[in-house]
Design a protein. Sequence first.
Length: 262
Amino acid sequence: MSIHIGIGGWDFDPWRGTFYPEGLAKARQLGHLATRLTATEVNATYYGTMKPETFAKWRDSVPDGFKFALKASRFCTNRRVLVEAAESIEKFLGQGLTELGDRLGPILWQLANTKKFDAGEFADFLALLPASRDGIGLRHAIEPRHESFKTAEFVALARKAGVAIVMAEHDTYPRIADITADFVYARLQCAKEAEALGYGPEALDRWAGVARAWEAGESPPGLDYVSEAGAEARPRDAFIFFIGGDKVRNPLAAESLIGRLR
């Protein structure tokens, strides 16, 4: 199993000169990022549809082992009734994302912060998420943003479906660290520009320890668990993204965490 660490996307002007060398062409940013980080979370797929050739170009721009996590279309998740998203889910999955091949990481299904937990509706939504597409296995991660999801019933439904619950480090969104799939997906959203690396040394050391524990199949202490039913202890992939917060520092935070793990 392995730990993949990255940021959101690869095109952000304040990263030029702080993470990217001055003068680096935008067309080469992804390739440069992939020499220093091991994953990225693509936000563009949340807002629009890509072409198969675009996914193929991304695939060919990065080395073996690099992973793209794709945020599912807003038309799939920003709905009053989630189960009505079947057509939008099919359109999202059918746009050519399997051109990424073995570079395809988890698909992130981010719910609206107003969406409340309803067990029946959520179970029906999970049933819409296929295990594979074009012969490629799919991994799914759900990010709830409403406190009503902090319930053991939600954890049980996600675990039954083998879908990961995003462990969100955020000031207002619920923190649910229960492990429910064969991988872990974390979004760390508290970087501070005042910190040279976004996070202080102690915080980065702590997250390195948490990442190693996840990879080893453990449920590390000190996180927010909802259910008393623990996850099976077995090795897991871990996907950790530095997202939001003071965004300018996220690449350096990710690179520093990779360095600690090495």
